[in-house]
Design a protein around this ligand. Structure first.
Ligand code: WTA
Length: 651
């Protein structure tokens, strides 16, 4: 984050208390902090009571195998039963679970009763394809009801899903399929994006050529476009799933039975398969959805705009809301198709009362203009949420005023793929909310801002964000790489036993937490985590590139933008924009369009320390149009002059 942004934050003093009416009716009161503080495990046991357990636990937490926690030891439950069947059994078969809105305007409502039938059939289909407990199923699907059904069907039979975002390239899908040795891949013929049908299965076919673990590809028909077919491997969802019986007995699994793997970028080129388990994860998903959004089953209409390819889609579209018997909107498409008021139109039509989105989208809405939401009736809204990156105070204020009509509490929720569920956030009926601050760890959660030595900083101080107590939805490891799990999260403050989140943070004078962005080599582009190393390896895999260094530069809309500095090989010539376009497309092919650099700068040299480490700080100065800072630790202090003169010549 730039110095300007930091000083803006420190001068931010506005705060907004919830209305007396909101406070009076809220799910959670301030007393919860004290209760959880006095007896953390007792508090979590109470939250686990939101779920239906086949067998109760003997012990709430076993931390003796730290850093691998076991929560609700000895308990067993079925996650899909908790998200679907129990609501049907309680008499809510006819309540809508999902108001699905397709991008081209088609729609489908699924009640809990219908969802149960779909999930049972899909579970039976997976079993018929030889999938059993502990097997891995990769899912690359657009935002269609089958995506949610497929995830729940896996959960129901104890198979792990590994959802891969639809925008990832064949190469990225393949590495994830191989890493988890997925037996089945579920995809669709195509998907609608920005008003057009785009192929999906073709990418999957390319990804899976020669993939040894994959026995079956299950294909959902969405766009109706022609697809090629691998006999003996490919089957249609509508043939295999719809032929199944709609009854399936959900077997209970151990609370620590793995639920899913979700890959996320780390500081090396290889994505990490974050592993989550069942009982603790679902407990925290349900509790946070209830507390942070003040959700009321049967009354609220909830909408989280994330994609199921990210953790927000897992926890706040699938598991949390469905465990809490929410009625929710699921929208397939882009926010400006066919027009820039699409979200507001959907909110008005479905009377959405809780809306959860990302700062990058809020800033995009700001750019499109406040007159657009002003044309729609947004009076049904009562809680607004934000997630994915620090929200700047201007965007927060705009969100509160133009979307929330100055009456809806705004909750800025901090968490990660690894934490599984929300960790730090205001509570809408308790907190005097400050624009741009996630404020305080939720009841039951503990977080601190510490210095280099792991010592908590005083009010007003800044440092690293750590989590100093285990929490139910915490990751249980990195798939197939225990050492990396320990090194990445637990070695930085090993002595204290803190989980190192990788984020910088500060306390204000009241002790509230303000997140300041990543402190490692992970970039945050529109709320998507991409590592600098991942993009660098994609660039150097191009025959024209000798060396590459990538930085995240502040971007007014996407939070950060990717800026790449490349040195071309002696044999390659710089064709200006052509070279840049070629390399940008190459990155899209290697990783996916979300990782395309905003800018590619061809340079003669890169700034390195005497030990050969690239000084990204100096490159960031260039990318953000500042005079490069202190160069004294460079091996060759004239390098920066060579780089900047070269760039000035080009422009
Ligand atoms: C960032 C997304 C500031 C942070 C749920 C974190 C945030 C990373 C916030 C995790 C927030 C997420 N304020 N920063 N409210 N929410 N982040 O794994 O840097 O995709 O480490 O999980 O996003 O991204 P991930």
């Amino acid at each position: 984050m730039s110095n300007d942004a930091l000083s803006n934050l420190s001068s931010e003093t506005r705060s907004f208390v919830p209305s007396a009416e909101f406070v009076a009716g809220a799910n959670v009161s301030g007393e919860w902090y004290e209760r959880a503080g006095v007896d953390r495990e007792g508090f979590w046991a109470e939250q686990a009571g939101r779920l239906s357990w086949e067998r109760g636990w003997d012990r709430v937490l076993d931390w003796s195998g730290a850093p691998v926690a076991r929560w609700f030891v000895g308990g067993s439950l079925n996650v899909a039963y908790n998200c679907v069947d129990r609501h049907v059994e309680a008499g809510f078969a006819d309540q809508v679970a999902i108001h699905w809105v397709g991008e081209p305007g088609d729609r489908r409502d699924l009640t809990y009763g219908q969802l149960r039938v779909e999930v049972c059939r899909a579970a039976n289909a997976l079993v018929s394809l030889g999938v059993g407990s502990g097997d891995r199923v990769a899912i690359q699907l657009p935002m269609i009801p089958e995506a949610i059904v497929a995830m729940l069907a896996c959960a129901r039979i104890g198979a792990l899903h590994s959802v891969v975002f639809g925008g990832f390239s064949p190469a990225a899908l393949r590495s994830r399929v191989d890493d988890a040795a997925a037996k089945v891949v579920i995809t669709s013929d195509g998907q609608y994006r920005r008003g057009k049908a785009a192929p999906m299965k073709a990418n999957v076919d390319e990804a899976l050529a020669g993939a040894e673990s994959v026995e079956t590809v299950l294909v959902v028909r969405r766009t109706g476009d022609e697809v090629s077919w691998v006999q003996g491997r490919d089957v249609w969802w509508h043939e295999v799933v719809e032929a199944q019986s709609d009854s399936h007995t959900a077997e209970a699994f151990d609370a620590e039975h793995p639920l899913f793997i979700l890959y996320t970028s780390g500081t090396t080129g290889k994505p990490k398969g974050i592993l989550h388990t069942s009982g603790g994860y679902l407990t925290q998903a349900a509790y946070t959805h209830h507390a942070v959004f003040d959700h009321r089953a049967g009354e609220d209409v909830y909408w989280c705009t994330a994609d199921i390819g990210w953790v927000t889609g897992h926890t706040y579209i699938v598991y949390g809301p469905l465990a809490n018997r929410a009625t929710q909107v699921v929208y397939e498409g882009t926010p400006n198709t066919p027009h820039e008021g699409r979200h507001w139109e959907i909110i008005a039509e479905h009377k959405v009362s809780i809306y959860y989105t990302a700062p990058t989208l809020i800033r995009t809405f700001m750019k499109w203009g406040a007159d657009i939401p002003a044309r729609y009736d947004l009076s049904s809204l009562r809680v607004l949420g934000s997630v994915g990156e620090p929200i700047n105070p201007e965007a927060w204020m705009w969100y509160r005023e133009h979307i929330g009509g100055e009456r809806c509490p705004v909750v800025d929720t901090w968490w990660q793929t690894e934490t599984g569920a929300i960790m730090i956030s205001p509570l809408p009926g308790v907190t005097a909310a400050k624009p741009g601050s996630a404020q305080r760890a939720l009841p039951g959660i503990s977080a601190k801002v510490v210095d280099d030595q792991g010592v908590e900083v005083p009010p007003g101080g800044g440092g690293y964000l750590v989590l100093d107590e285990p929490w139910p939805a915490m990751l249980r490891g990195i798939w197939g790489d225990e050492q990396r799990f320990r090194d990445t999260y637990w070695s930085r403050f090993a002595e204290q036993g803190f989980y190192f989140a990788g984020d910088g943070a500060k306390y204000d004078d009241d002790g509230d937490i303000w997140l300041l962005g990543r402190v490692d080599d992970v970039m945050n582009i529109s709320g998507h985590r991409i590592s600098t190393t991942e993009v660098e390896s994609a660039l150097v895999s191009h025959p024209d590139v000798a060396e590459a260094a990538v930085v995240g530069a502040t971007d007014p809309t996407t939070g950060q933008g990717i800026v790449a500095f490349v040195i071309l090989r002696g044999t390659a010539t710089d064709h200006g924009t052509d070279t840049a376009t070629t390399l940008r497309n190459h990155v899209a092919t290697e990783i996916g369009p979300i990782a395309k650099p905003r800018q590619i700068l061809v340079v003669p040299e890169l700034p390195k320390t005497r030990s050969g480490k690239i000084m990204r700080r100096l490159l960031r100065d260039i990318a953000e149009n500042r005079e490069p800072g202190d160069v004294t630790t460079l091996a060759d202090t004239t390098v920066m002059d060579h780089i900047t003169t070269g760039l000035n010549k080009n422009t």
